[in-house]
Design a protein around this ligand. Structure first.
Ligand SMILES: Nc1ncnc2c1ncn2[C@@H]1O[C@H](COP(=O)(O)OP(=O)(O)OP(=O)(O)O)[C@@H](O)[C@H]1O
Ligand SMILES: O=c1ccn([C@@H]2O[C@H](COP(=O)(O)O)[C@@H](O)[C@H]2O)c(=O)[nH]1
Length: 295
C-alpha cells in the first residue's frame, strides 16, 4: 500500500560512492563549527578598516586555495550536490489530516538526552497501547543492519552527537508508521526523540503527518548527565560517555530547542518536569494527556 523503499531521489546523494561518507564527516564537522561559532558571532563593535583588511586578505587567499584544490580534486562531488540537508523533501503527506483527522495521533516526545523520554514512553505503551517509535532506536537498528549503506554514516553522527541527515531518519519513521498502520489501523503514536532539527519538523509534517502535540521533558543538565553516565555502565551505547554526552547537550540546546519553541508558538507543547521519581513524572504526563484529550 505504501511506498516502503527509501526513494531513489532520496538516496541519490548517498549512493554516489563510498567516499561520500568522508564528505558527510566534513559536513558533520561543519555542523559543529557552525553551531559553535554562533556564540562568537557579534555584529558591529570595534572593527575599523585595518581590522577588516587582514581577515579579508586571508579569506581571499583561502578562496583561491580552495578553488585550486577543488580543480585538482574533481573526483569528489561538490558538497552542495550531495548535501541532503540542503535538499527540501517534496511530496504530499502519507496521512493528510483532512483524511485521517482522528485515526492518527502523532505526539512528538522531546527533551534533553537522558531526560527520561524512553522510560515514560514505555509506561504509556503499557497503560494506553500507544505505538512507540524512537528515532534513535530506528537509527541504531539501521546502523546494525548488515550491509546497510548508512551504517558508518549513522555511527559517526551518533558518536558526535549530531543530527543524522533528515532523509534517512524520516524514511525510517515513515516506513515504521506505515507498517504499524497497515497492521493495526489508526493509533496514537509516540515519536520519541524527534524532530530534533527544524528541517525534520517541517519535512515530517509535509510528507508524513501533522504533529498533534509535543510532550517536552524539562530537566537540569546535571541530572541528565548523571543519568546518562549511569546508563552508560550497561547500555553499550557509543554515545553514553562524557565526551559524546557534552556534544549531545550542545546539539540539543542549539538545534533541538528551536523546534520546541516552534511548536510552543503553535500552542502544541506540554511541559513536564522530569526531575522527580519516574512514577511522579508519569502522573504529570497522564494528567497532561487527559487534559489535551490524547487519552
Ligand atoms: N525520573 C527518573 N528518575 C531517575 N532516573 C530516571 C528517570 N527517568 C529515567 N531515568 C533513568 O535515566 C536514564 C535515561 O532515561 P531514558 O533512557 O528514558 O532517557 P531518554 O530521554 O530516552 O534518553 P536518550 O535521549 O539518551 O535516549 C535511564 O537509565 C533511566 O532508567
Ligand atoms: O531524529 C533524530 C534522532 C536521533 N538522532 C541521533 O541519534 C542519537 C541518539 O538519539 P536518542 O534519542 O538519544 O536515542 C542522537 O544523539 C543523534 O545523533 C538523529 O540524528 N536524529
Amino acid at each position: 500500500m505504501f511506498n516502503r523503499g527509501i526513494s531513489t531521489r532520496t538516496i541519490r546523494w548517498v549512493s554516489v560512492n563510498r567516499s561520500c561518507l568522508n564528505t558527510f564527516k566534513l559536513r558533520a564537522t561543519q555542523q559543529q563549527k557552525e553551531t559553535t561559532s554562533r556564540f562568537y558571532s557579534t555584529s558591529g563593535g570595534s572593527g575599523g578598516k585595518t581590522n577588516h583588511f587582514i581577515p579579508l586578505t586571508l579569506l581571499g587567499i583561502g578562496a583561491i586555495g580552495l578553488t585550486y584544490y577543488n580543480m585538482n580534486n574533481n573526483s569528489k562531488p561538490p558538497l552542495a550536490a550531495i548535501d541532503p540537508t540542503n535538499a527540501s523533501i517534496q511530496g504530499s503527506p502519507l496521512f493528510p489530516s483532512d483524511k485521517y483527522p482522528e485515526s492518527i495521533n502523532i505526539v512528538f516526545v522531546l527533551g534533553g538526552p537522558g531526560s527520561g523520554k524512553g522510560t515514560q514512553c514505555a509506561k504509556l505503551v503499557d497503560d494506553f497501547k500507544f505505538i512507540h517509535l524512537s528515532a534513535g532506536d530506528l537509527l541504531r537498528k539501521e546502523q546494525n543492519t548488515p550491509g546497510s549503506e548508512f551504517g558508518d554514516l549513522i555511527a559517526h553522527f551518533i558518536k558526535e552527537g549530531l543530527i543524522v541527515p533528515q532523509e534517512i531518519t524520516i524514511n525510517l519513521l515513515k516506513n515504521a508508521i506505515a507498517e504499524s498502520y497497515e497492521k493495526n489501523g489508526g493509533r496514537n503514536f509516540l515519536i520519541d526523540g524527534f524532530p530534533r532539527k527544524m528541517d525534520q519538523a517541517l519535512s515530517f509534517e509535509k510528507i508524513v503527518s501533522e504533529g498533534k502535540l509535543v510532550l517536552y521533558f524539562e530537566c537540569p543538565e546535571e541530572v541528565m548527565l548523571q543519568r546518562l553516565l549511569n546508563r552508560g555502565k550497561t547500555s553499550g551505547r557509543a554515545d553514553d560517555n562524557l565526551e559524546s554526552i557534552k556534544k549531545r547537550f550542545t546539539t540539543f540546546i542549539q538545534t533541538s530547542m528551536p523546534v520546541v519553541e516552534y511548536f510552543a508558538d503553535q500552542n502544541k507543547v506540554v511541559k513536564v518536569n522530569c526531575n522527580e521519581p519516574v512514577d511522579a513524572v508519569y502522573k504529570h504526563v497522564v494528567q497532561q494527556f487527559k487534559e489535551k484529550k490524547i487519552i
